[in-house]
Design a protein around this ligand. Structure first.
Ligand SMILES: O=C(O)CCC(=O)C(=O)O
Ligand SMILES: [Fe+2]
Length: 309
């Protein structure tokens, strides 16, 4: 999970705040067919997607995306706005985790974040179903990446803290960006997990294409944006097709903007962090690099939810 804005890493060059005039990123476009991640342009398109750190994927029929859109447009409105407005009053206090629940970020955005272990009890059924369908989608995408990266099937569980096997840690996050005079709605950051599946129908998402060049990402309505996080970058870093944990941000908004995302990470329930590993193709070994918590609190992915900055 990497729900929030981090301070820009020192090495990153940020273009002027007014992002009009940026080019639209040309991204690969895949879909799930019979449980497999496929690309019209053939398997090398996945190699390019890994390098880009981001690609588009068709929204599968079992993902009720309209339910997520409705939640994203209502969770912040308060209890007088059923059926989802009451989620504004559900804060981190009731979870024992400062990141979860409703948060406001310095008058520029509002967020609701919920980990999978609470979906059953806190979400209405249709929202739990949405989360589970997105978890299955994340598993299909991750399986495609692991196979393409040459990681043997018998290593998949350990390599991903069971994430590819539906046994990782998953979060759903919902964002409401307010109209603001501020430069950025969400500061440049890398997500910390393996991959993020993002629904964003309003323009505003931008990615770093290297050397200080930012490009806009405006997915067609039938597509999710998938981006790779630090755990995937580390896992694949010694393979022939390393993934990029792409730096991304959201521009300052003139009107309301809504988005939602599903984060897939290694198991990191309290007291059980299965660790982040690097696959070493020469020996077939998995080298333990750090914990998932280390990534969450790294300079690049650090969350500012708790401080509201
Ligand atoms: O709202 C968006 O388009 C991006 C959100 C994001 O990057 C995140 O929640 O990590
Ligand atoms: Fe992100």
């Amino acid at each position: 999970m990497s729900p929030t804005s981090a301070d820009p890493p020192a090495a990153a060059t940020v273009t002027p705040s007014d992002s009009t005039g940026l080019c639209e990123a040309a991204l690969e476009h895949g879909r799930i067919d019979g449980g497999y991640l496929v690309f019209d342009d053939g398997p090398p398109a996945l190699g390019r997607a890994l390098q880009d750190g981001m690609f588009l994927v068709d929204i599968p029929a079992d993902v009720a995306v309209a339910t997520g859109d409705a939640f994203a447009e209502h969770f912040f409105r308060g209890p007088t706005s059923p059926p989802y407005g009451e989620f504004r009053d559900i804060t981190s206090d009731s979870f024992g985790d400062p990141l979860l629940g409703f948060h406001q970020r310095a008058n520029k955005s509002e967020q609701f974040l919920l980990e999978r272990r609470f979906w059953d009890t806190r979400f209405p059924d249709e929202m739990t179903a949405l989360g589970e369908a997105m978890t299955r989608l994340s598993s299909h995408i991750m399986a495609g990446v692991l196979a393409y990266s040459g990681i043997p099937y018998d290593r998949w569980g350990r390599a991903t803290g069971d994430c590819v096997l539906l046994g990782g840690t998953y979060h759903l996050t919902f964002n409401h960006y307010l109209p603001t005079h501020l430069d950025l709605g969400l500061n440049p950051h890398q997500d910390d997990g393996f991959l993020t599946i993002l629904r964003a129908t309003t323009p505003g998402l931008e990615i770093d294409r290297g050397e200080g060049t930012w490009q806009t990402v405006t997915p067609p309505p039938g597509c999710f944006v998938v981006n790779f996080g630090l755990a995937m970058e580390i896992l694949t870093s010694a393979t022939r097709t390393p993934a990029t944990a792409v730096l991304h941000r959201v521009s300052g908004q003139r009107g309301d903007r809504f988005s939602f995302a599903h984060f897939a990470s290694v198991t990191q329930t309290p007291g059980a962090d299965s660790g982040v590993h690097r696959y070493l193709p020469a020996t077939g070994a998995l080298e333990r690099v750090c914990t998932a918590q280390d990534l969450l609190h790294s300079d690049y992915a650090a969350s500012d939810v708790a401080t509201g900055t």
